[in-house]
Design a protein around this ligand. Structure first.
Ligand code: DON
Length: 578
């Protein structure tokens, strides 16, 4: 029954999505209106996953039930980032005021060593931390999703997992988004027979409209449904994963899997112009940097400068430059390194850090180092969910690069992450996203690698008004911040706040990435005059982030799947009588 309903919706949306993708590759700014509903809202990168989440809300589940169902749904319908073999973060704010985060980030295997990606000369072996079995950290998603469900959900494992299981076993009618995505990576999948078996169709490619079934993944999900965490971290799935490691020279052992645990962490909290910000703590750098940058910007009237003005853009870039320098030095897994969270998120620290800001002139990253703080004893996807009662969940999950290591665990049907690249594999050497790191983020057995994922909830007068976050590696934090600035400073509608063109600076390399239409010619000239010499146009092939967001307005709940990509926001009506 369920499957038939989804199937029909898919056929209808596939056509719609094709259209959306074409529009989004040229000018997305006016491509999509926000969805509106009064009984809850789910916004994700995958229309299948959004529908699964909305159905759970309609059946009486809360936002946590829906977010967990979305997590498993994304593992089936958005395999480039949704996952069983990766990790993620969830920020939860319940209507009773409880605020908590769940860290289910991958961990370095027990046999990992600091220099494992270096050759005998101490040089980084290219590709080893992204394209090999060694690239995989111990997966955390299954532990996290199940722990979150058990603690704050209201439904059973079977209820929230069944839609994903049916989607995997009955199949998905491929839309352009998925079919093209599989075809683009055909050569990489071909290196691993189990990956080729999932993502290619014999010797050819899957086409739009093909039915794509994932029986091995369905069986892995069934084992989780039956046995909970033991159905993944022990038994057949664990055996298959360890066998895959042994075949490919990876490190993850039975002991690594058995001992993996998600961690409940206190959120990073900040305030910005009368709003409360609740975001992800380390091992993500997201929440700390977000609050730090907002603290620096609070003293500057961005609204008066005007959206898109050279002055506002310059001010934001300079805040980014300083915050990302701190990231390289101070941020890592708090269980291994004393991250000075309190100092970095302190308003006085931000003031001191921004004291040398020159409103007329670009700073030079080579002149900026990490701030001195007294040490206190430190293809991703984002989904936002809110329910009728006001429970809110911001959830970001990833395999790191698109399709992670591209290695499917033979027999288990899921991809392995390549998250080890998020460690600083060598001091001051850039990772895939160009960010550098030092001791705080060096590889250590059992340590979590530093992330930029920034699932965030913004509260006003004690109630959530915005649930947001994004993929995009190191650009995640600045994307999330720009959505927040657009809403708070520039009073934009959700549709405009998410769609408006973005820019990004990360200290090193010293350049600004710029989406199409982000800078008018005269704005560009002013910025260049200030000394922002490298304003790098991204063109239409790449975009910054995918900020699927939900907002509460006087109209109700608005939902917005970022028009840069496919996906949808699906709202549900309040049950009558409530
Ligand atoms: O945790 C992180 O910061 C990265 N592994 C995120 C990767 C990512 O966003 C890729 N998607 N575009």
């Amino acid at each position: 029954m369920y499957y038939r309903a989804i199937f029909c919706i898919r056929l209808a949306t596939a056509a719609l999505l094709n259209l959306t993708v074409v529009i989004s590759s040229t000018a997305w700014a006016k491509a999509r209106e926000a969805e509106l509903a009064d009984g809850g809202m789910v916004a994700t990168r995958s229309s299948w996953a959004s529908q699964i989440g909305a159905d759970i809300l309609s059946q009486g589940g809360n936002a946590v039930d829906a977010a967990v169902a979305v997590g498993f749904g994304l593992a089936v319908s958005y395999p480039s980032a949704g996952n069983l073999g990766g990790g993620g973060f969830m920020v939860i704010r319940l209507a009773d005021g409880t605020v908590i985060t769940n860290d289910h980030r991958e961990k370095a295997p027990g046999n990992a060593t600091k220099d494992m990606f270096l050759d005998e000369n101490g040089d980084v072996v290219k590709g080893l931390s992204t394209r090999s079995h060694l690239a995989a950290g111990v997966p955390g998603s299954v532990a996290g999703l199940l722990d979150v469900l058990e603690k704050y959900g209201t439904m059973t494992r079977a209820q929230v997992m069944q839609p994903a299981i049916e989607l995997a076993s009955n199949g998905i009618v491929l839309d352009r988004d998925l079919a093209e995505s599989f075809a683009r990576r055909k050569r990489e999948f071909a290196k691993y027979p189990a990956s080729a078996a999932v993502f290619t169709k014999g010797s050819g490619s899957y086409q739009i409209g093909d039915l794509w079934r994932q029986p091995d993944l369905a069986a892995s999900l069934e084992r989780i449904k039956e046995r909970g965490k033991a159905g993944f971290y022990q038994g057949e799935t664990a055996d298959l994963l360890v066998a895959e490691m042994q075949r490919g020279g990876g490190l993850i052992s039975h002991e690594d899997l058995r001992s993996y645990e998600s961690v409940w962490r206190e959120p990073i909290r900040g305030t910005y112009r009368g709003h409360e910000i609740v975001s992800m703590p380390p091992p993500s750098s997201g929440g700390v940097l977000l609050v730090q940058m907002l603290n620096m910007l609070e003293a500057h009237d961005l609204a008066a400068m005007g959206y898109g003005s050279a002055q506002a853009i310059h001010t934001i870039i300079e805040a980014e430059r300083r915050a990302y320098a701190d990231r390289a030095q101070h941020l890592g897994d708090v269980d291994f390194y004393p991250v000075p969270i309190t100092q970095l998120t302190d308003k006085e620290y931000a003031k001191a850090r921004f004291a040398n800001f020159d409103p007329t002139k670009a700073g030079r990253s080579e002149d900026i180092e990490a701030g001195r703080v007294p040490v206190e004893s430190m293809e991703t996807t984002h989904a936002s969910v809110i329910d009728a009662k006001g429970n809110a969940v911001a959830y970001t999950t990833t395999l790191n690069l698109s399709y992670g290591s591209k290695i499917v665990v033979a027999g288990a049907g899921f991809l392995l992450n390549n998250e080890m690249d998020d460690f600083s594999v060598k001091e001051n050497v850039a990772n895939y996203y160009g960010v550098i790191g030092r001791e705080a983020n060096r590889i250590e057995a059992g340590k979590r690698m530093l992330s930029s994922m920034t699932p965030t909830i913004v509260l006003k007068e004690g109630a959530p008004i915005l649930v947001t976050g994004s993929p995009g590696g190191s650009t995640i934090i600045t994307t999330t911040m720009q959505v927040i600035l657009n809403v708070i400073d520039h009073q934009m509608s959700l549709s405009d706040a998410v769609s408006s063109p973005r820019f990004h600076h990360q200290w090193l390399p010293d350049r600004v990435l710029v989406e199409p239409f982000a800078l008018s010619p005269d704005t560009r000239a002013v910025l260049e005059g200030m000394g922002h010499a490298q304003l790098l146009d991204l063109g239409t092939r790449f975009s910054l982030g995918d900020a699927n967001s939900v907002m509460r307005t006087e109209r109700g709940y608005e939902g917005m799947a970022d028009p840069r990509n496919a996906g949808s926001a699906v709202g549900v009506a309040k049950p009558s009588g409530e």
